[in-house]
Design a protein around this ligand. Sequence first.
Ligand code: NAD
Ligand code: TYD
Length: 353
Amino acid sequence: MNMLITGGAGFIGSHVVRRFVNNYPNYKIYNLDALTYAGNLENLSDIENLPNYFFIKGDILDSIFINTIFEKYRFDGVIHLAAESHVDRSITDPLAFVKTNIFGTVNLLNAAKDVWKEETSNRRFYHISTDEVYGSLGKTGLFTEKTPYNPNSPYAASKASSDHFVRAYGETYGLPYIITNCSNNYGPNHFPEKLIPLCITNIIQNKPLPVYGDGKYTRDWLYVKDHAAAIDLVFHKGKNQETYNIGGFNEWQNIDLVKLLCRLLDQKLNREEGTSLKLITYVKDRPGHDLRYAIDASKINKELGWRPSVTFEEGLEMTIDWYLENQEWLDHVTSGDYIEYYEKMYNEKETNQ
Ligand code: NAD
Ligand code: TYD
């Protein structure tokens, strides 16, 4: 099997690539990534010399290039993770999200449709999406696969649009597809612009922990390797033209999560209890901030037997240890472009407490 994984140098993609390269030595795994600020080949240094792994540097916006590699490698399966993925960036630059997440996905769909036109059996286009397409929950309820799409951020709208295109290619051209919508991931290699890695790195460096609004927003957190395991299972055992929700059964209000990280890191760093809590800084809220996400993952659980294998305590401990042991990785990703972005984002936000 020749497999294309897009966005494999990013956070979730690197865990998916590693899992497939290690678990399926008979597959050839092609990782296509443009290496934007979020893509880092250091994430895969442990597997880069394995004989079934191949890296292709390329942009999914380049349709000629995408068609050429589909013609050349005749991929049997695609797992599509390449995307612009950060909500705050989508608020300052929505068009970048329209381009990569919508046009980029359509370029891949066109290429797959064209090379698979004679033979669609044993082919699969697996699109990785997010629970954010469903919009916001109130204090109760869960997102199911039947929840209507109601995206609130430009990121969520671009992912919703790409999901619709994937489904439409299934209906119109008979393209064999699967979509999964997953909740917030955390774990090693997470770029430190998202809440958990940002707080871990800022606590280590004694920097402020920016909590948006009143901090009462709720997210459902899943350890990234459990997401990669779900993706493996769905790719091999899922049903075509279906969607599956993936979640952590693990809801946390942001402020409680930040306080938990402070406690855990004070212990790890042998700091006096309560030291890091002083770093918590309430800042201006994100516009259009979704109150609560929570996934009903009973379909994937009943049909495919998946559930998370790691508790939040175990996952956070492994994540914190990874950041403490990989300061060099952090130094590399926190240089250059990212610093500029970080300063722009956070200098604009005034503290309100
Ligand atoms: P990420 O931002 O860490 O990585 C994205 C990767 O895509 C990077 O390696 C980047 O270089 C690459 N990329 C970006 N634009 C590209 C382009 N034009 N051409 C080729 N490569 C390009 O993202 P992530 O957090 O790993 O998310 C991966 C996927 O999972 C995304 O589709 C995202 O929407 C989805 N998802 C993420 C989460 C989460 O909590 N992070 C949850 C659910 C779903
Ligand atoms: P984030 O990690 O950006 O993921 P998403 O917006 O995709 O859910 O944010 C998680 C939650 O944390 C979200 O409610 C926004 C909030 N947040 C903060 O309070 N401070 C921060 O610095 C960041 C990045 C996020």
